[in-house]
Design a protein around this ligand. Structure first.
Ligand code: PGA
Length: 246
């Protein structure tokens, strides 16, 4: 873990109507009393405003799950970084595997989105991770390093990386502590090459994080927090993960 407080981030993905999202936000805020870590939630766009209201006065930060690279204009269905900031967001997740692989989003687009996030005063959380096929062929490290060099703007604004092996997301299969330590070490070196201070640029781990494995993963050298999907939809489980950071 870095010296900075770990960030425990809950990515709710495409789940939750507003009433459910508000209830989950309130339960998460109640579970997030620890000051040993930072906590942030990433509701769907449609629930951001309601969740912002539910989190008012709590230390839980709000983030968007994506943004468009342009500031405004003819981009039907898209959400700008400034719109997220206007709703009270502090963070935005960019380049999640469900966008890179599910929506064919390129690293170049992710980098443009990160620049848009900086302009709006948001901290981007840029996700990178190798597929199972890349891993089996021994190309996992190279794929992840390429994603970082392609997606992270050079020495502009605060940024976070999230290492999320694609084969570990939503599968119940977690990378081993050795695999996580190895990749986080490589990523620390890449951030240095990009002239980014690693203490100021924490690297999160994501992929089937649960209350059972959270403490072990947080103890891995170089892990600055967790990006949690499925388990963040259960306030009790997410609360246990938050306590694992304390
Ligand atoms: P998971 O998702 O915790 O459900 O594996 C992680 C993520 O997609 O960020």
């Amino acid at each position: 873990m870095t010296d900075a407080k770990p960030l425990i981030a809950g990515n709710w993905k495409m789940n939750g109507l507003r009433a459910e999202a508000v209830a989950l936000a309130e339960a998460t805020a109640a579970a997030a009393a620890s000051d040993a870590c930072e906590v942030a939630v990433f509701p769907p766009f449609t629930a951001l405003d309601a969740v912002a209201g539910a989190l008012a006065g709590s230390p839980v930060a709000l983030g968007g799950q994506d943004c468009h690279e342009a500031e405004a204009g003819a981009h039907t269905s898209c959400i700008s970084a400034a719109m997220l900031a206007d709703l009270g967001c502090r963070y935005v997740i960019l380049g999640h595997s469900e966008r890179r692989h599910g929506r064919r989003e390129t690293s170049e687009t992710v980098r443009d989105k990160a620049r848009a996030a900086f302009r709006a005063g948001l901290t981007p959380i840029v996700c990178v991770g190798e597929t199972r096929a890349q891993r089996i062929r021994g190309l996992g490290d190279e794929a992840v390093v390429d994603q970082v060099f392609g997606s992270v703007p050079h020495a502009e604004g605060p940024i976070m990386l999230a290492y999320e092996p694609v084969w570990a997301i939503g599968t119940g299969k977690t990378a081993t502590v050795e695999e996580i330590a190895g990749m986080h070490d490589i990523l620390g070196g890449v951030l240095e090459a990009l002239e980014r201070d690693c203490e100021g640029s924490p690297i999160l781990y994501g992929g089937s994080v649960t209350p059972d494995n959270a403490a072990e993963i947080l103890a891995v050298e170089g892990v600055g927090g967790l990006l949690v999907g499925g388990a963040s939809l259960d306030a009790q489980a997410f609360g246990e993960i938050i306590r694992a950071a304390g």
